[in-house]
Design a protein around this ligand. Structure first.
Ligand code: IPM
Ligand code: MG
Length: 370
């Protein structure tokens, strides 16, 4: 029987509550579909800091590196606001991205028909929205050196972050975007700030050359990232795939997330390059929402983004396309039935907590799988 090794890192805040719902789906798939998932679990973020004084332990890094896929909840919270910068909760996530070389971050923003009214934009602007943000995840200003704060000795300090991109980094992320576009509407919009930044000039050139050399059949457009942000809230349905750097991608994906009604809805996949021998990619799946410390532990968090992240895991790590489709359909059906967590609650709907939402999706998934 195939074994599929999952490493679970629930993390902090609502992470563990959301992960608990995914665990039920994994158990069901093992029992009823002989899916062969094995799970191991570790600590990340504040939880790891409390236990080991680090944002992730070396032992858990080894497990993450050897797993077929990592499922990640969320990290951070006010409890750890004052810990040293090097061991802050976010450092665990950044180390995983860097050490696993997860350079391609896929952030789909899909507006479920049932949720068009939950968006802060007019429903007609977001109904049927289906865009995919492809964010570069291991380069740019997140990791560029120098990254320092220096005392200038005259009562002033100087902070430096470095935005840096090499050709190969832009080539590989834009290739991922073009390849994915071919499976969708075949359109890519690349966003940078070539009017101000040298890295934007190179980004624009390399995307253009990669397109010409290998992906001329895909429609390519370039947009300045600030104008892109504006267009995302003006007319979001004009986009199919957006490819952009680490920092712009961080911001633009939060904007795109909110178009869909709630940050609690959006999954993501972070993928590495295919292994030369096995063809397998290292991968980490995580909801875009954070740890939401304000509602943690109350059983009211929306588990949909975490469950949808597991659907992406089925699709991209295990090629279980039919199962992924069914799980995504189960989410849509549950929303159609008017079942809602507090963050997406609307008139006439039934408000439920995390467990009930998770169970409703599992029940629907069972029905669709029968
Ligand atoms: C994200 C988050 C992270 C980021 C934080 C938690 C480090 O905002 O995944 O979008 O900035 O990349
Ligand atoms: Mg972010």
């Amino acid at each position: 029987m195939t074994t599929r090794n999952l490493f679970l890192l629930p993390g902090d805040g609502i992470g563990p509550e959301a992960m608990a719902e995914v665990r039920k789906i994994i158990a069901y798939m093992n029992e009823e579909m002989a899916a062969g998932f094995t799970t191991d679990e570790g600590l990340v973020g504040g939880a790891a800091y409390d236990a080991h004084g680090a944002a992730i332990s070396e032992a858990d890094m080894v497990k993450a590196l050897s797993a077929d896929a990592v499922l990640f909840g969320a990290v951070g919270g006010p409890k750890w606001d004052d810990v040293a910068y090097e061991v802050r909760p976010e450092a665990g996530l950044l180390r995983l991205r860097k050490d696993l070389e997860l350079f391609a971050n896929l952030r789909p923003a899909i507006c479920y028909p049932a949720l068009a009214n939950a968006s802060s934009l007019k429903p007609e602007l977001v109904e049927g929205l289906d865009i995919l943000i492809v964010r570069e995840l291991t380069g740019g200003v997140y990791f560029g050196e120098p990254k320092t704060i220096t005392d200038l000795g005259n009562g002033q300090k100087r902070a430096i972050d470095t935005q840096v991109y090499d050709t190969y980094e832009i080539e590989r992320i834009s290739s991922v975007a073009f390849e994915l576009a071919r499976t969708r509407q075949n359109r890519v919009c690349s966003m940078e700030k070539r009017n101000v930044m040298k890295s934007g000039v190179l980004w624009n050139q390399v995307v253009t050359e990669t397109h010409k050399a290998k992906f001329a059949d895909v429609k390519l457009e370039h947009m300045l990232a600030d104008a892109g942000g504006m267009q995302l809230v003006r007319a979001p349905k004009q986009f199919d795939v957006i490819v952009t750097d680490n920092l712009f991608g961080d911001m633009l994906s939060d904007v795109a997330a909110m178009l869909t009604g709630s940050l609690g809805m959006l999954p993501s996949a972070s993928l590495g390059a295919p292994d030369a021998k096995t063809g397998k990619r290292k991968a980490l799946y995580e909801p875009v929402h954070g740890s939401a410390p304000d509602i943690a532990g109350q059983g009211i968090a929306n588990p949909i983004a975490m469950i949808a992240s597991f659907a992406m895991c089925l699709r991209y790590s295990f090629n279980m396309i039919a199962e992924a489709d069914r799980l995504e359909k189960a989410i849509a059906n549950v929303l159609d039935k008017g079942i809602r967590t507090g963050d997406i609650m609307a008139d006439g709907c039934r408000k439920v907590g995390t467990t009930e939402m998770g169970e409703a999706i599992l029940t629907e998934f069972k029905t669709l799988s029968a």
